[in-house]
Design a protein around this ligand. Structure first.
Ligand code: HEC
Length: 135
């Protein structure tokens, strides 16, 4: 019994070090992201800010875009989505957002976002960078 238990302290020490390293890496990554965002991101998002807030729960003509990356479409509370977007079954990740921002009507026909889209891929990437940083 004791023989089996012996290696444990060493293992857990190694685990603690590994976990500590991971934690450090994770928090370090977050800090870097917050301290050094894509400098063009905030400016690029201005194209959307007339209708979309970057603060959670704030509805303008469109729903807030805070925390949208990684979520299924049409989930903002208190916003009345078009049936088209509500039924789209889309999940917003960099790829689907890029396609939607490039041509909203093509990706979700019948949606109510009256915006023609952003043709410049660099600008779209900056906008998505900005949204990815929102909580
Ligand atoms: C003229 C106002 C307007 C502008 C400008 C606008 N949007 Fe929208 N957006 C809307 C509306 C309204 C909806 C809801 C559409 C629906 O329900 O069909 C929407 C929906 C969205 C959604 C889906 C949200 C969800 O909860 O699933 C995303 C993502 C989005 N817009 C991104 C953007 C981005 C990025 C920009 C800037 C490039 C932008 N929009 C510019 C009005 C706008």
């Amino acid at each position: 019994m004791n023989r089996k238990a012996k290696p444990l302290p060493r293992l857990s020490a190694a685990f603690a070090i590994a976990a500590g390293t991971l934690l450090f890496a994770a928090s370090n990554g977050t800090a870097t992201g917050a301290d050094a965002p894509n400098p063009k991101a905030r400016v690029a998002f201005q194209a959307c800010a007339a209708c979309h807030s970057d603060k959670a729960g704030v509805t303008r003509m469109g729903p807030s875009l805070a925390g949208i990356v990684g979520k299924p479409a049409a989930q903002a509370k208190g916003f009345r989505y078009s049936p088209a977007l509500a039924k789209s079954k889309l999940r917003w990740d960099r790829k689907t957002l890029d396609a939607f921002i490039a041509n909203p009507k093509a990706v979700v026909p019948g949606n109510r976002m009256s915006y023609p889209g952003v043709s410049d891929p660099t600008k779209r990437a900056a906008i998505i960078d900005y949204m990815q940083g929102l909580r």
